[in-house]
Design a protein around this ligand. Sequence first.
Ligand code: TXD
Length: 312
Amino acid sequence: MSKVTVVGSGFVGATVAQYLADKDISDVCLVDVVEGMPQGKSLDMMQAAAVHGFDRKMVGANDYAATKGSDIVVITAGIARKPGMSRDDLLKTNANIVQQVAKETIKYSPDAIFIVVTNPLDVMTYLTWKTTKLPASRVIGMAGVLDSARFQAFIAMETGFSVQDVRAMVLGGHGDLMVPLTRCATVNGIPIANFLSQEKIDEMVKRTQNGGAEIVSLLKTGSAYYAPGSSVVQMVEAILKDQNRLLPCAVLADGEYGLKDVYIGLPTVLGREGVKRIVELKLEKEEAESLKKSADSIKENIDLMNKLLVAV
Ligand code: TXD
């Protein structure tokens, strides 16, 4: 049975663990710095197993020995931005946490594939790649699946069609500059422009770009975790079952789309070895420009992170 370690057992981490067990995908090791919390959550889930009827083993730990031999490591550890905290402070704090987590986990699971969730997503994925020194095909960021899921949910809500028939892909960085490919969004193969006005589509694009913030403003404390958790699990499943799914993931661009040395959301084929390949689509001029703008902004943040980490 495959083993997935989830570091950071907060809202997203625990949701990932729960869905993995519920869907019978893997055993799970939950890790957190808070003493007793990952142990408590995993014990609670093991008891839920009696009701749900899954046989997956769940353990919780505060040290990394328990993570040994993981097939996949999911990093959700970090802090959320608090009032009065600058973006730079957040970047520095989470970079230190992610760097430490990556160093510890790779020691015990040198063959693992890493899925990074902590924000700022594209930058933290780049840092994990640098820290673990793994081939880029084995370090992947989760954001595009979530952003696409949000876009798909809004299309279903607006058209009234089943979300099961809605397909859409969002590329670019995980932030205001993400690039929803509206012309590729369909309801069972039929472009959404057949059902929605351009004005409505533009509105949905904005709502998708603002998707995380909309939930934060409703929850007031904390951010989204159900859709982020299921998005991670879709990626884990695609990898462990070698599904060859075409999913938008944060990957290292090596010349694709004219981008280089930057982690950014691109269409990716996921399978047992991680990223099997990045699929290059012919983008329209405006889409390509938006993607470039998004990549430039991520690069600025990578530079900033490098400076902040050196300054520690
Ligand atoms: O699309 C995406 N990529 C995202 C990203 C979608 C949703 C959430 N996104 C980001 O994931 C969010 O901005 C955060 O950076 C992470 C985790 O979000 P979550 O909502 O789960 O935050 P919590 O509940 O605060 O959980 C974080 C846990 C918490 O239990 C801390 O104690 C723990 O991380 N933590 C650590 N664990 C291990 N090791 C260290 N050093 C550590 N520091 C904090």
